[in-house]
Design a protein around this ligand. Structure first.
Ligand SMILES: Nc1ncnc2c1ncn2[C@@H]1O[C@H](COP(=O)(O)OP(=O)(O)OP(=O)(O)O)[C@@H](O)[C@H]1O
Ligand SMILES: [Mg+2]
Length: 360
């Protein structure tokens, strides 16, 4: 290969199969590879990625450089720089929601930290540069407004509900519509109606990810969601105890029944990292979710330690500040990263049928 002349044609040929992580289609064909420059001992180019792929952008850049190095070993200076590529989300299903990926965060039992993990997944993605919305599908016990410290009544304009803005992130929750101390008796059809309105009638804008915080327990909301839109998949949250793991197995089965793919499992309240000595204590045991995930052949997406700050910031409505804690941030960022990495792998394995015109 080192004798091959290096010109635009050979370079383009070498990278023609390199895939855009979001679509799984050739980045070159969709004009995401730009400014190819060849010098006697070097090769440089720009790779333009969408904000959807922001959490894994450096990995993708690294693998393009790796690909070039293996194809042009004689060139000492190979470099790829990153740029942004704009590709708006298409409408999902028939209800007009424009989001590239819709991810439900659920569990088999209550109180394992679904809402906390859902909010942290949304923050984690947004902090990396993705366009994210957060929908609280827990109509009986909405907790997202409390965790995020946002309140207000969503305004309606042109038959659309304006979501509440949480530092630039659109959020919708029954908590904005019903006073916290009011008991509402929900019948099945009303529940279905509320979820439909949240998805169809909310002005979410153009989203990379819509994260949905699921209520505990039964599958009615999952069923409603699966009837309304093609969900990208579900993240199942569990704690390390055996009993909670059994609940996770049930949750996985429940999502399976309504044909929502499982994106993977997150172990929450995994280990206690002592804030004084930084030693880790596995209060509820550890590693259970990872081995259960392996056994069930679903990805393990990461673990989040039990931590006083996670609880107290959530209670004070300042949950996002946990990302400023250098001990916690890597755990939370890992969950967002794993989700996007796995979705990109899936896209690469089965690219969606092209609905965009092929350029060049
Ligand atoms: N990793 C953690 N460390 C410490 N506290 C946590 C952690 N994760 C969640 N919590 C706390 O546990 C409680 C329950 O969390 P959360 O409301 O997120 O659970 P949930 O599964 O959504 O509950 P529900 O089933 O009622 O919807 C909250 O007080 C939250 O602050
Ligand atoms: Mg909850």
């Amino acid at each position: 290969m080192s004798n091959t002349p290096v010109d635009i044609k050979t370079v383009e040929q070498a990278i023609s199969d390199f895939k855009d992580p979001e679509t799984g289609r050739s980045a070159l064909r969709f004009e995401q590879i730009r400014d190819i420059a060849i010098s006697p001992d070097g090769l440089s180019m720009t790779l333009a990625l969408t904000s959807w792929a922001a959490p894994i952008a450096n990995d993708i850049k690294g693998s393009l450089e790796e690909c070039l190095r293996s194809k042009f070993p004689a060139l000492a200076n190979i470099s790829v720089s990153l740029a942004t590529h704009d590709r708006p989300a298409e409408q999902l299903g028939e209800i007009g929601l424009t989001a590239k990926s819709v991810i439900a965060v659920g569990s088999g039992k209550g109180g394992v930290g679904k809402s906390t993990i859902a909010a942290c997944l949304a923050f984690g993605l947004r902090r990396q540069g993705c366009k994210v919305g957060l929908m609280d599908a827990d109509v009986y016990g909405p907790s997202v407004p409390h965790l995020l410290g946002v309140s207000g009544r969503p305004a309606a304009t042109d038959n659309k509900i304006e979501p509440i803005d949480a530092n630039g992130m659109p959020v919708m929750s029954m908590g904005f519509l019903v006073p916290p101390d009011e008991a509402v008796v929900w019948r099945g059809p009303m529940l279905h109606g509320a979820i439909t309105q949240f998805l169809r009638d909310t002005r979410w804008g153009d989203l990379d990810y819509l994260i949905i915080d699921m209520p505990p327990g039964t599958g009615d909301i999952a069923l409603t969601l699966s009837q309304l839109i093609p969900l990208t998949g579900a993240v199942v949250v569990c704690t390390p105890q055996d009993v909670a793991l059994l609940d996770a197995v049930k949750a996985i089965a429940m999502f399976g029944k309504v044909n929502i793919p499982i994106l993977g499992v997150v172990e929450n309240m995994s280990g206690f990292v002592c804030p004084d000595c930084e030693k880790r204590h596995d209060i509820f045991g550890s590693g259970g979710a990872r081995s259960k995930a392996e056994e069930l052949q679903v990805p393990f997406l990461g673990e989040v330690p039990i931590n006083i700050q996670i609880r107290s910031e959530g209670d004070q409505g300042t949950l996002e500040t946990v990302f400023d804690n250098p001990t916690l941030a890597p755990y939370l960022e890992q969950v967002a990263y794993s989700v996007v990495r796995d979705l990109a792998r899936k896209a690469a394995a089965t690219p969606p049928t092209p609905s965009l015109p092929v350029l060049g």
